[in-house]
Design a binder for this molecule. Structure first.
Ligand SMILES: C[S@@+](CC[C@H](N)C(=O)[O-])C[C@H]1O[C@@H](n2cnc3c(N)ncnc32)[C@H](O)[C@@H]1O
Length: 275
């Protein structure tokens, strides 16, 4: 089978499976399989595809709605390429806004000691460490798979000396002074329906939080900051969580807080000052 024929075949398989951009994804799978970029595929359309069976196996995985990022083992974030392992949350573009919000606080208040709760593949910690050479980061996660993936990305970006990983819940094993907590915690309410790419393949402990509105972990992070006198908190949240979080901030007498929106104009996160 030639590259041009393979492209047609894969596109057809993906279209029949209901994948939204079948041609683009067929090209990406074929690029991954052949090592040629998308322009290279066009230049070599009449070359034969090697190991057709494994190429078709990749297409079948995608047709079963496995996310492309798990199949190719990579995901783009903040113009960088990160390694992503199955079983670890795939980076989302909106999380770049969390990095921006955290970055602005680091600069404005000359913060140095940052803690990230729920680091996953370490995209947030790595980007913050890259942007701010003066900071160090303590990053936690309850998932051993996530911590393994985080280590790979820290090494990839040469950040191992600046970011320390902790296998623990919240900040349980971190007793150093912290100036700011940054977190993209699980915040989806259990009743919410998710597409199969997400619900069947991404880790549920990275997605769902308890509470009717999914706000429990967000609230626990703010409570922890109050208890440990950690001055700044910046978190990503879901687009329906502004009102419950606003009420909670009022209850906890948080004087300074601000919500930020994503590029679609939806509420997406908050930053606050605790003391
Ligand atoms: C939404 S994912 C975010 C991953 C990564 N920071 C990102 O933005 O792509 C949430 C992460 O929090 C971790 N997590 C869940 N509960 C936790 C807890 N109690 N303490 C620390 N990490 C937790 C999950 O394992 C998951 O890696």
């Amino acid at each position: 089978m030639s590259i041009a024929e393979a492209l047609k075949k894969l596109t057809r398989i993906l279209r029949l499976a209901g994948i939204e951009r079948p041609l683009l994804e067929a090209e990406l799978l074929l690029s991954f399989h052949s090592g040629l970029d998308r322009v290279g595929l066009r230049l070599h359309e009449s070359d034969s595809v090697e190991d057709e069976d494994s190429l078709l196996a990749l297409a079948r995985r995608r047709a079963n709605h496995e996310p492309l990022e798990y199949i190719v083992g990579r995901a783009g974030f903040y113009s960088e390429e990160f390694i992503v392992h199955p079983g670890v949350l795939i980076p989302r573009p909106e999380t770049e806004l969390l990095v921006d919000a955290a970055s602005a606080l680091i600069e404005r208040h000359s913060l140095r000691n940052i803690a990230e709760i729920g680091t996953g593949s370490a995209i947030i910690s790595v980007m913050l460490a890259k942007k701010h050479p003066q900071i160090t980061i303590e990053a936690s996660d309850i998932s051993p798979k996530a911590l393994e993936n985080a280590k790979v990305n820290m090494e990839r970006f040469d950040m191992s000396g600046r970011i320390s990983l902790h296998h623990c819940s919240m900040l349980d094993d971190i007793d150093t002074k912290v100036d700011m907590i940054v977190s993209n915690p699980p915040y989806i309410a259990r009743k919410e329906e998710l597409p199969p790419e997400v619900s069947l393949y991404e880790p549920h402990e990275a997605l769902y939080s308890s509470g009717e509105d999914g706000c429990d972990m967000l609230k626990a992070i703010v409570n922890l900051a109050i208890e440990r006198e950690i001055p700044y908190v910046v978190c990503e949240m879901g687009y329906l969580q502004r009102e419950p979080m606003r009420r909670f901030f009022e209850e906890r007498a948080i004087g300074e807080y601000r919500f930020y929106r994503d590029l679609a104009g939806l509420d997406r996160g908050f930053e606050l000052k605790v003391c």
